[in-house]
Design a protein around this ligand. Structure first.
Ligand SMILES: *[C@@H]1O[C@H](CO)[C@@H](O)[C@H](O)[C@H]1NC(C)=O
Ligand SMILES: *[C@@H]1O[C@H](CO)[C@@H](O)[C@H](O)[C@H]1NC(C)=O
Ligand SMILES: *[C@@H]1O[C@H](CO)[C@@H](O)[C@H](O)[C@H]1NC(C)=O
Ligand SMILES: *[C@@H]1O[C@H](CO)[C@@H](O)[C@H](O)[C@H]1NC(C)=O
Ligand SMILES: *[C@@H]1O[C@H](CO)[C@@H](O)[C@H](O)[C@H]1NC(C)=O
Ligand SMILES: *[C@@H]1O[C@H](CO)[C@@H](O)[C@H](O)[C@H]1NC(C)=O
Length: 253
């Protein structure tokens, strides 16, 4: 991916123009205006306006004796489709959980833990499982019961065979970027700035295990850094070679 220049005596002028071309390219691309998001005004409001990213909440579950046994902080956004009673057709609704309105509860057992978040007309239950052989945990189930004003009747979306947020006992699972968790055909959960630890909590979060998305994010600065290092090396080499040459030139005179 990084072009490695094997030519030993590449003239420094060429390198200079290469650098120049790179910087010009950068300024050009920086000037490209951002794509304008088209606002649809003609179509009927089948899918209402998407709210902004949700606020991050902090939710703890304490065991009988006031010891915290589950830690979670995350922003949560529900994306559900259901038949609207007023429109008489399927609508897509995206709604954020509001940490200041959410009541949290839950329970902890040796190999399972639940976190229940309740707001107005919504109950959202996270079920975590711990495999005591491999000492790995994961989000194994999620249930949303919702009774939104536009629903003809309350609905339940449930999946008990999930495999999300896989972490190691004693560690926390972290995903800073938005992640879309598909739960059922009609319900997906979007998580933001998430960090959870459903087992082995010792006062605070354990060392974080990052999700793939975050690791990909780390890769970009590493690649850019490596490319820059190579460029600097080339320039230094060219300078040294150039200096040696002119030095040799003076000697022959
Ligand atoms: C909600 O889900 C629908 C259907 O899966 C998808 O097209 C849409 O982009 C989602 N919206 C958000 C904000 O996640
Ligand atoms: C929480 O308490 C229950 C009994 O009340 C106990 O069985 C369980 O091991 C405790 N869990 C933790 C994580 O302390
Ligand atoms: C727990 O992990 C072990 C070892 O990875 C595996 O063999 C076993 O099937 C797992 N148990 C469950 C209930 O998933
Ligand atoms: C949420 O749970 C509470 C307590 O179990 C219950 O009273 C309420 O009806 C539930 N709400 C929905 C929308 O299912
Ligand atoms: C539950 O989630 C799994 C894994 O994402 C998926 O394969 C399965 O179809 C889902 N089940 C239901 C009832 O939506
Ligand atoms: C949850 O626990 C963390 C760490 O112990 C603490 O900083 C935070 O204030 C707690 N949040 C709530 C809502 O109790």
């Amino acid at each position: 991916m990084i072009p490695i220049i094997r030519k030993q005596n590449m003239p420094s002028g060429a390198i200079f123009s290469l650098l120049l071309a790179l910087s010009i390219h950068q300024t050009l691309t920086a000037d490209v205006p951002p794509t304008v998001v088209a606002v649809e005004t003609s179509s009927p409001p089948a899918s209402p306006v998407t709210p902004g990213p949700p606020e991050r909440g902090s939710y703890n579950v304490t065991n009988g004796s006031d010891t915290v046994c589950l830690l979670a902080r995350m922003g949560l956004q529900l994306n559900i489709s259901f038949i609207s009673s007023s429109h008489g057709k399927t609508v897509q609704e995206v709604l954020n959980l509001h940490p200041n309105l959410v009541k949290s509860s839950g329970s902890c057992d040796p190999d399972s833990a639940t976190l229940v978040l309740s707001e107005d007309n919504i109950n959202l239950t996270f079920s975590f499982s711990l495999n005591t052989t491999s000492n790995k945990y994961h989000l194994s189930g999620l249930e949303l019961s919702a009774a939104l004003p536009d629903m003809a009747k309350g609905l339940v979306f449930r999946n008990t065979t999930l495999n999300y947020m896989v972490g190691t006992l004693g560690h926390s699972y972290m995903c800073q970027k938005e992640k879309i968790l598909s739960i059922t055909q009609d319900f997906s959960l979007n998580t933001f700035q998430l960090q959870v630890q459903p087992f082995g909590v010792n006062g605070d979060f354990g060392a974080a295990e990052e999700c793939d998305l975050d690791e990909d994010d780390m890769l970009i600065p590493i690649i850019v850094g490596a490319a820059l290092a190579v460029l600097v090396l080339i320039v230094i080499l060219a300078y040294l070679i150039g200096r040696n040459r002119s030095h040799a030139g003076y000697q022959t005179i």
